[in-house]
Design a protein around this ligand. Structure first.
Ligand SMILES: [Zn+2]
Length: 235
C-alpha cells in the first residue's frame, strides 16, 4: 500500500501518484501505474493539469471501472471511473527524454519500465534543482538491475531517489522472482488431472504472465469475463 504523499520535494510543481485537489502550485501529474493505491485523488472532477504516464497506462486508466456498493456484493459500474482524465493524458515512450515546462523552469522527464505490472514506470526528473528518480512500485530482479546498469549514463548525478521499499526487509531476503513464482503456480496446476477446471482471480493487474504460461504449457485458451477482456485488449 503506497503511503507516498505525492510531493517531489525538489520540484513542488510536480505531483506523483497522489493527487490533492487543494494543493497549490502543481503544474503536472505523473502516474507510475494503475494500481488503486496510486490513483488517490484522481477521481476528482477538478483535475485539470497534464498527466504524464507510459503508453500502456494511458490505455489502461480509462478502462478502470468504479466500484458500486450493493449489500452483499462487490460490483463494478459499467462506466469508467477515470474517463474524465482522457483530455489530460500525455503518454510518453520509455527512454525518450522529454522537455516539459513547469512554470518558471523546464525539466527533462524520462520514463523507464519498473517491471511491476503492465505500464508500470519509473520517472527520472532532471532540472535545475537536481536530478531525482521516483521508482513507483518496482521489482528489482537481477536481470532488471542489469538493464538499468546499461542506462547508467541517464542516471548520473542523482540527488535523491524516491524508492519503493515495500519488501525492503530482511524477512524478504529470498523474495521469489516473477519466473519462480509462476513456476510454483504451475507446479500446483500440474498436481491435478486434465479435466480439472481452474478459476483464477483477476482483481489486480500484473498476473497476466501466468495466463501466457498456461497457454504455452497446455495450448489451452484462457477465458475471462467481458470486463477483463476489455481491459486486456486495451494494451
Ligand atoms: Zn502496484
Amino acid at each position: 500500500m503506497s503511503t507516498f504523499d505525492g510531493r517531489i520535494r525538489e520540484y513542488p510543481a510536480i505531483a506523483v501518484d497522489n493527487f490533492q485537489p487543494t494543493r497549490p502550485g502543481v503544474r503536472i501529474f505523473l502516474l507510475s501505474h494503475v494500481h488503486a493505491d496510486h490513483l488517490s485523488g484522481l477521481d476528482s472532477r477538478s483535475f485539470n493539469i497534464p498527466l504524464y504516464c507510459s503508453e500502456d497506462t494511458a490505455k489502461l486508466l480509462p478502462a478502470v471501472r468504479a466500484e458500486v456498493s450493493e449489500p452483499g456484493t462487490k460490483k463494478r459500474s459499467p462506466a469508467g471511473k477515470y474517463t474524465h482524465l482522457k483530455p489530460f493524458l500525455k503518454p510518453l515512450e520509455y527512454q525518450e527524454p522529454t522537455q516539459i515546462c513547469i512554470g518558471a523552469e523546464t525539466i527533462t522527464l524520462t520514463l523507464f519500465t519498473a517491471n511491476h505490472c503492465p505500464g508500470s514506470t519509473m520517472f527520472l526528473i532532471e532540472g535545475s534543482k537536481g536530478n531525482v528518480v521516483y521508482t513507483g512500485d518496482m521489482r528489482a530482479e537481477d536481470w532488471f538491475l542489469d538493464t538499468l546498469e546499461s542506462h547508467m549514463s541517464s542516471f548520473s548525478n542523482i540527488l535523491h531517489v524516491y524508492l519503493d521499499t515495500t519488501f525492503c526487509h530482511e524477512s524478504f531476503a529470498d523474495f521469489p522472482s516473477k519466473s519462480r513464482s509462476i513456476e510454483a503456480f504451475m507446479e500446483v496446476i500440474r498436481q491435478y488431472d486434465a479435466e480439472t477446471c481452474f478459476v483464477i482471480g483477476y482483481n489486480i493487474l500484473g498476473v497476466e504472465p501466468i495466463w501466457d504460461r498456461i497457454y504455452e504449457d497446455y495450448g489451452e485458451k484462457v477465458h475471462t469475463i467481458v470486463r477483463s477482456t476489455q481491459r486486456l485488449s486495451s494494451f
